[in-house]
Write a protein that binds this ligand. Structure first.
Ligand code: GRF
Length: 221
């Protein structure tokens, strides 16, 4: 079966606001892609409600029903392949992806992280940034490799850290940009405009970097 780069498989564990931003981008024609399936490891993920609302098929897959983590990810890969998925989107998927899925989709798995990688990988990127005292943070869309949050970076967007910020206020500011850059990264991929050279991702045919994404106005919105 031919793989279509614009058929997306989304993996999410929670509320799915990034999933929603992708649904919206598809619906309003900004992203010429189709969401083939949502796979979740959490039966009470709000992402499921979003899938239902938009008639997107979903699968609940629990890792402890498989003999090993590798088997779990092998099964995810097989469900995605069955649906002709060409790009896998991690949207708040709270697990480290294992080799069987990575090998099945080389440079075809994206993740979004709520910090400017390589700073503050792993859980609670926003809190880590706040506790460290950085003045600028942001979000990163990257390809996924076998380690945590280390794959080639596609797009980043920056926000200021303001006096009095809490984890919640900073997370909210970052999330607004997540919802812009994730659909944008997927759009670039689906248009065949991402060129990967080692760990460098070049965006073809663009006046790069797009200033509005990389340097959003530094004001308190
Ligand atoms: C986002 O902050 C994303 O950067 C991180 O997990 C969170 C998921 O949020 N990977 P949502 O489920 O998309 O609302």
């Amino acid at each position: 079966m031919s793989i279509s780069v614009s058929r997306l498989g989304v993996l999410a564990s929670g509320r799915g606001s990034n999933f929603q931003s992708i649904i919206d981008a598809v619906k309003n024609g900004k992203l010429n892609a189709e969401i083939a399936v949502l796979i979740t490891d959490n039966p009470s993920a709000f992402a499921i409600e979003r899938a239902k609302k938009y008639g997107i098929g979903y699968i609940i897959m629990m890792p402890d029903e498989y003999a090993s983590k590798d088997d779990f990810f092998r099964n995810i890969a097989s469900e995605l392949k069955k649906r002709d998925v060409g790009l896998v989107i991690l949207a708040g998927f709270m697990r480290i992806v294992k080799k069987p899925l990575i090998d099945a989709f080389p440079n075809r798995i994206m993740n979004i992280h709520p910090a400017l990688l390589p700073a503050f990988p792993g859980l609670h990127g926003q809190k880590q940034a706040l506790d460290y005292g950085v003045k600028i943070s942001g979000c990163t869309v990257h390809f996924v490799d076998e380690a945590m949050d280390t794959g080639p970076i596609i797009i980043q967007a920056a926000v200021p850290v303001l006096n009095g910020d809490t984890e919640e206020t900073l997370s909210e500011r970052i999330l607004k940009l997540e919802h812009k850059i994730y659909p944008e990264a997927i759009r670039l991929f689906s248009e065949g405009r991402l060129e990967i050279d080692g760990r460098i991702v070049r965006i073809k045919d663009s006046v790069s970097p797009d200033n509005s994404l990389v340097n959003p106005p530094l004001k308190n919105e």
